[in-house]
Design a binder for this molecule. Structure first.
Ligand SMILES: Nc1ncnc2c1ncn2[C@@H]1O[C@H](COP(=O)(O)OP(=O)(O)OP(=O)(O)O)[C@@H](O)[C@H]1O
Length: 706
């Protein structure tokens, strides 16, 4: 899979073998200097503005207008410090990439090495779960290719033995031929097996990715709805989605690479051990500078990522802003194009400077490493010559040993790099695993009970519900009874708990205290899916599904065979039919500008579609959370007329701030701070002269004076 993250996309992470050298790694502080020395940019100020938005307004500094005018000086000059403070406070969290990279950069090699076996086991399990047959095939081909390598190496001994024995040259060549043929055969077989392994891995790799992606989505869609309001879960989701899925795939790929290197190395080491045991430690000695330089180089790379991660994140944010449709009109209206592009250029310059700086360092590292490596290899060969000189080794064995040393050094070098990558991917994969574990714990319970097809009454008994991390309950100690066929209205000021109460009635949230019962049966004993089958909801902010107009209605009951007359009926009931018929392809029009011939709708038209969807669902309980907030007066009137007709035989729970729309409701509940403070029909509530009467009179007088 191509890596979609700018962080990694911009990072050719595969370290370059031989890219060695002792280096004085720049500290993050020194590297951050060029970034900090620049004037604060747009994103910095955007972030600072965001922060200011969330706080009570403060008196503007005297020079604020000047600062805004030049876009650099004045209050913007303090923006970097403010944002830095934000980062330290954790308000603007950029940490999840940082955390992993810090961990990678700081983990000692030996500790990383100890983790390798468990990571390899994980990789194997991932591959096995995704496609056991292909995983087994990859393993078989890799091991067989390694065995063919070993045979090839052993045959080299025979070739040297034949060529270097005493006697006339034609005879020596003849003696070497069988081993040479074996060598060619082994090399051919190894090539074929490696190709087969690559082909099998080509099948396995996307399957691992898909299986990880599906696992993530399955668990995400199964969690309790309140989990979406839990910041730690969202953070875990972001980490798992951004890097975890790709890490699962890469972990398997890197693990296969590692296994291949291990088999190849074992073959070379085996041959060397047979030829002369002292050659084994010599092989390790020869490769040490290479392994060391590989790790140094990788560490340099990680430090670069650490330094640039915020810059890349800002770049990505700006890129999305510039390429998205929603901000496009404002970008033009405020003639922001050049200004924003200038900001992007500035960020690109920062990262380019850093890339150049690190690349120069890596080249220097490589140079020193190569010299050290050459010296160590020279030492290995010196010992080999000494063995030959003193007659401790045959000349033929010496030739084969030189060949095996060469191969072994290559394999060890690759091994060092691959082990490093497995460890790195393992850290990201831990994020994925952590998220899966967390989501399993937060999964919604699925009891065996099935909700009845209908109900006579729904009863809430002393229900209290609190959002995660909220100080106060959104609904507190609330009791009410809703009967079949009634229209119930929930009114109250913003934040009084109406939507939360509606979600509790719909079974979308489970109360922490108290019970919700359908004809006496606690809904907590029902499979939540079966309960929701009986409920239709018009959300306050209905989802704008990027599907055809027809599907936008029929997904209300997606498992029912579509009859076009039912679709039209639902659309007419919500006043949506007329405008849909005016679209280019009527009900087949894609409702997204991202598609060819796609159309977008106005806020009110989307709302009418949402109401149509709920009508089409045809459920005994209909919950409408401000279904007409975006509708014009006539459409609103029509929708309420139809709601009343539709309510026959059903129960409608209506939330609205338009008091005129609720006066015909059978019962009106007035909420305040999550509790019912008034209850009754319009006339009785007006007679009481409480909150309802005040709100109603206020709106009525506003209309009259308008
Ligand atoms: N997802 C959430 N996480 C945390 N708190 C929430 C969440 N949704 C709502 N709240 C809080 O719960 C309380 C009740 O919110 P709710 O949306 O139910 O009110 P409402 O009466 O429907 O408001 P409005 O009229 O503005 O739609 C408010 O204090 C709100 O801040």
């Amino acid at each position: 899979m191509p890596d979609a993250n700018p962080e990694t996309a911009a990072t050719p992470v595969t370290a370059i073998p031989g890219n060695t050298a002792p280096e004085t790694a720049a500290t993050p502080e020194t590297a951050a200097q060029p970034v900090a020395a620049r004037p604060p940019g747009l994103t910095t100020r955007l972030l600072a503005a965001l922060r200011r938005d969330r706080r009570p307004p403060e008196p503007a500094p005297a020079d604020s207008s000047a600062g805004a005018a030049d876009g650099r000086a004045g209050p913007a000059g303090t923006a970097d410090r403010e944002v830095q403070q934000e980062l330290e406070d954790g308000e603007l969290d950029v940490s999840h990439w940082l955390v992993t990279y810090q961990e990678v950069a700081g983990t000692p090699f030996l500790r990383a090495l100890r983790r390798l076996p468990s990571l390899l086991r994980e990789a194997w399990l991932l591959a096995w779960r995704a496609d056991p047959r292909t995983a087994a095939a990859v393993a078989f081909f890799q091991v067989a290719a390694g065995a063919a390598s070993a045979v090839g190496l052993i045959s080299v001994v025979g070739v040297f033995d034949g060529l270097l024995r005493a006697g006339p040259t034609p005879e020596r060549v003849r003696a070497a031929v069988p081993s040479l043929l074996l060598l060619v055969g082994a090399a051919t077989l190894r090539g074929a097996l490696t190709a087969a392994a690559a082909a099998a891995n080509g099948r396995l790799s996307p399957k691992v990715y898909q299986s990880a992606e599906m696992r993530l989505l399955t668990l995400t869609t199964r969690v309790d709805l309140t989990t979406f309001d839990d910041p730690s879960w969202r953070d875990a989701l972001e980490r798992a989605r951004d890097r975890g899925i790709a890490a699962a795939e890469m972990l398997v790929d890197r693990a296969i690479e590692l296994a291949t290197n291990v088999v190849g190395l074992a073959a070379a080491a085996g041959v060397l051990a047979v030829l002369h045991p002292i050659l084994l430690p010599l092989l390790v000695l020869a490769v040490m500078p290479v392994a060391w330089s590989a790790l140094r180089s990788a560490r340099l790379d990680r430090q670069r990522v650490l330094r640039l991660i915020t810059v890349w994140r800002r770049q990505r944010m700006l890129f999305e802003l510039l390429a998205a449709r929603e901000p496009a009109p404002e970008l033009r209206a405020f003639t922001l194009r050049e200004f924003m592009l200038g900001e992007v250029r500035r960020l690109i310059q920062v990262s380019t400077d850093e890339e150049v700086r690190v690349n120069t360092k890596r080249v220097r590292t490589s140079l020193v490493g190569t010299v050290l490596s050459a010296m160590a290899t020279g030492l290995t060969y010196a010992v080999l010559f000494w063995l030959l000189w003193t007659g401790r080794m045959e000349l033929a064995a010496g030739g084969a040993a030189a060949y095996a040393i060469n191969i072994g050094i290559g394999k060890l070098r690759e091994l060092a790099f691959t082990a490093n990558r497995v460890f790195e991917q393992g850290l990201y994969f831990d994020d994925f695993r952590g998220f899966c574990e967390l989501s399993r714990l937060r999964a919604e319970p699925t009891p065996d009970g099935v909700a009845p097809p209908g109900f006579r009454e729904i009863k809430l008994d002393r229900v209290t519900f609190r959002y995660p991390d909220a100080d106060q309950p959104a609904v507190r100690d609330l009791s009410m009874t809703v009967h079949r066929g009634e229209v119930i209205a929930l009114v109250g000021e913003n934040g009084s708990g109406k939507s939360t109460l509606a979600a509790l009635i719909a079974g979308l949230y489970r109360p922490q205290e108290g019970t919700v019962t359908w004809d006496g049966a606690d809904v907590a004993t029902f499979d939540p899916e079966s309960l929701r089958e009986r409920v239709a909801v018009v959300m306050q902010e209905p989802t704008r599904w990027p599907l055809s107009a027809r599907l936008n209605i029929t997904i209300g009951r997606h498992d029912r065979v579509v009859k076009i007359e039912n679709v039209h009926e639902a659309a007419r009931a919500a006043d949506a039919h007329e405008f849909v018929m005016e679209l280019t392809k009527q009900y087949d029009t894609m409702l997204s500008r991202h598609f060819k011939e796609g159309a977008d709708l106005s806020g009110g038209q989307w709302q009418r579609l949402a109401v149509s969807r709920a009508f089409y669902r045809d459920a005994p309980l209909l919950i409408c959370d401000e279904p007409t907030a975006n509708l014009d007066a006539r459409a609103e009137h029509d929708v309420y007329e139809r709601l009343r007709t539709l309510a026959a035989g059903r129960t409608v729970v209506l939330i609205t701030h338009r008091m005129a729309s609720v006066r015909d409701a059978d019962r009106i509940y007035v909420l305040d701070h999550g509790a019912v403070v008034e209850e009754g029909d319009h006339d009785s509530l007006m007679a009481v002269g409480g909150i309802y009467a005040q709100l109603f009179t206020l709106q009525a007088s506003a209309y009259q004076s308008a």
